[in-house]
Ligand binder design. Structure first.
Ligand code: GUN
Length: 331
């Protein structure tokens, strides 16, 4: 057998033994085991790539179209004010990419760059000014902030209607109560990637690895909510989780946002699972995700690459939220 066409008539390829076994459930047990043993000797199939970059371009084009309609109707051009404290090279790249994306979609952007030694009070004064400025619709304070800054106070100071990151406690509370104003950009991008690739979320076992305020926590909440894009059974794992591989191997959808290069290895993945890699780690080998991509792609059914997976979607959803903020403020 060379192409996986099996003599028992099962259409599922051998590497996806899980599906193959499930499909053949009505057949004699020993015959099924014999077929499976014979088939596992075959070359494995590699996962389909979930192309976040391509989807981000689609979403950015959608936002550009909607923004043009909004501008024509209201005479108002949505504007994002980005605040970048200090000169962290990675943060500079992220903020520059966000600004470029705004420009391409026909949105305005501002960049405010207080020095690394700035104080919480100075930052709060800047936020207050941006809150009051009717020409600014969205405010984004790039994280992480320098150690001397009280991050919670700064994020709490952003006017909830301009909070395009959805980090303000009022917006977080609304998400938890399933009446969101904004959804945070990275989890929203991942949810869109799943939905638009027709990956079933309802009833799926989702495992989120990582419990950050930016990704892990909101992602878990969004996927467990009642309704479209939700209804999953979600498990959140973290650094204190006991027997992590046993939990990750139960996942139909595995979302990894732990911030450790190549943390998720092939033995931690169920054959055929959907693997979403949120990590961006700068290593001697270049940019790598939280997933050991080359090994995991031999086991997973679908997988996001790094770069070109989740990252571009985060930016696309920021544009979406900036337009949504302008609409909200327009009444
Ligand atoms: N740093 C890493 N991700 C993010 C994000 O989504 N928003 C902000 N403001 N900072 C970040």
């Amino acid at each position: 057998m060379t192409d996986g066409a099996q003599d028992d008539g099962c259409p599922y390829r051998p590497i996806i033994g899980f599906y193959h076994a499930a499909h053949c459930q009505g057949k004699d047990l020993f015959a099924r085991i014999a077929v499976f043993v014979r088939l596992t000797g075959e070359a494995p199939l590699t996962a389909t790539i979930l192309d976040g970059k391509a989807l981000s371009e689609t979403i950015r084009a959608e936002v550009a179209l909607e923004a043009a309609e909004f501008i024509a109707k209201t005479g108002v051009t949505p504007c994002l004010a980005a605040v970048l404290v200090g000169g962290d090279p990675a943060s500079q790249v992220y903020v520059r990419n966000k600004q470029k994306a705004c420009e391409k979609a026909g949105l305005l952007s501002q960049l405010h760059r207080p020095p690394a030694e700035t104080t919480t009070e100075v930052l709060l004064a800047l936020i207050d000014r941006l809150n009051r400025d009717p020409a600014v619709h969205g405010i984004l304070v790039q994280l992480p902030l320098p150690k001397q800054i009280q991050e919670t106070r700064v994020l709490e100071a952003i006017a909830p209607l301009k909070d395009v990151d959805a980090f303000h406690p009022e917006n977080v509370g609304r998400i938890v109560q399933n009446r969101p104003r904004f959804l945070p950009c990275t989890p929203l991008g991942i949810q869109q990637l799943l939905l638009r690739n027709n990956i079933p979320i309802a009833k799926a076992n989702v495992v989120v690895v990582g419990r950050s305020d930016i990704v892990g926590k909101p992602m878990a909440i969004m996927l467990m909510q009642r309704g479209p894009g939700g209804d999953a059974t979600v498990t959140v794992c973290h650094s204190r989780t006991r027997d992590l591989p046993a939990l990750t191997r139960a996942a139909d959808i595995l979302i990894v946002a732990i911030g450790k290069a190549k943390f998720l290895t092939a033995d931690m993945v169920k054959p055929g699972a959907v693997v979403i890699d949120v990590g961006i780690n700068r290593t001697d080998d270049g940019l790598v995700g939280d997933v050991d991509f080359e090994a995991v792609r031999e086991v997973a059914g679908r997988i996001t690459p790094v770069p070109g997976g989740v990252g571009p979607l985060t930016i696309a959803m920021l544009l979406h939220n900036t337009l949504a903020a302008a609409r909200l403020q327009q009444g």
